[in-house]
Design a protein around this ligand. Sequence first.
Ligand code: PEP
Length: 262
Amino acid sequence: MSAGRRPIISGNWKMNFDHFEAIHAARALGLRLASADVAGVDVTVHPPFTDLRSVQTVVEAEEVPVVLGAQNCAVEDSGAFTGEVSPLMLARLHVGYVIVGHSERRRLFGETDDLVAAKAASVVRNGMVPVCCVGETETEREEGMTRDRLASQVDAVAVSLGPSAVGASVVAYEPVWAIGSGRAATPEDAQEACGWIREVIGMVAGDEAAATVRIQYGGSVTPENTSALLEGADVDGLLVGGASLDVAAFVAIVQAAAGVPA
Ligand code: PEP
């Protein structure tokens, strides 16, 4: 981590928790997260769409110290797009952060770099912050393509957003092989990739954007590996999947992040 950038820990609930379970989880977070835990760390939670209104109500009524997030959104604000979810409507629910380009959406739903870049721009246009996921597959890594793959994914988003929005965004480095596998990247590999992403942003969007953009690592994060992963100077936070479904584990990750010296 670096003193100049506020760390950000995000919980991606994926397609888990119905709205009753989500209310329970949000309340449990409120009971366990102390204000000291979040004094120096941003915490976001990304429930399924059907839970957002319920979680918003709990977060606001009970002053749970997290920012509401979403896992995806449409490019357009409204219209004939059956089954899509509008970024404008997310903003109305006080969603602050929207994940775009998660590898599950790229792999299972065919999202391309261009579509992800367009979604990131829609998120920004609606006053929210995109969490832009990038990462190489195992094959790309074995073939020595990691840097090229990251550069093309980051380039698409950076060109679409422009320097000032890129600087205010979050990029999540999530190697596909590390997601849900129990095989987290080593802290050295996470730092190397996050450093490269910052370098690419510097080349495409300028030094100021590179200095302010926050870059998360994601992939099999646990309370045990949090501190080591955050030691990298270019790793500004974590995107947490499986462990975020266990409120105690997620709070332990936030607390570990709060304790890592910048
Ligand atoms: C994710 O879904 O973004 C993720 C990183 O999952 P996990 O922490 O379970 O690997």
